[in-house]
Design a binder for this molecule. Structure first.
Ligand code: FES
Length: 152
């Protein structure tokens, strides 16, 4: 009893069969190879698995794959490539905002979602925008600086 879904990921369409209980993160990582999406807690608390679905950030560990039927997903692979980074990614590097890197795909997508809605956020708005994304290394200040820089 698999379910056939149509999903757009980073602008490309995929038609896939999924188990009813498969999570979106597993579809992305295990079935389709978008391993830039990271799993931390697996229960909606850390934000490492953040992707953008129809313009809004979601925790892909909390969304079932079939719920993404007909939706547009943006993962970190759709933001930039090594030789053509997205300006937000460049700002993260410029500001030394990346340490172990595990939270960064989710951070970058939350930053994108924030800046798409609010191109000139205050520091407080930035902190609120990334409040669902936990980072154990940086103490957040450099990440906040990077997002401010990307907005400038
Ligand atoms: Fe999804 Fe932590 S892995 S929120």
């Amino acid at each position: 009893n698999q379910i056939r879904i149509n999903i757009s990921i980073n602008g490309e369409s995929y038609e896939v069969q999924v188990d009813p209980e498969m999570r979106l993160i597993d579809l992305l990582r295990d079935k389709l190879g978008f391993t830039g999406t990271k799993e931390g807690c697996g229960k909606g608390e850390c934000g490492a698995c953040t992707v953008i679905m129809d313009g809004k950030t979601v925790n892909s560990c909390l969304v079932l794959a079939f719920q993404a039927d007909g939706k547009e997903i943006l993962t970190i692979e759709g933001m930039g490539t090594l030789d053509n980074l997205h300006p937000i990614q460049e700002a993260f590097i410029r500001n030394g905002a990346v340490q172990c890197g595990y939270c960064i795909p989710g951070m970058v997508l939350s930053a994108k979602s924030l800046l798409d809605k609010n191109p000139a956020p205050t520091e407080e708005e930035i902190r609120r925008g990334i409040s669902g994304n936990l980072c154990r290394c940086t103490g957040y200040q450099k990440i906040v600086d990077a997002i401010k820089d990307a907005a400038a």
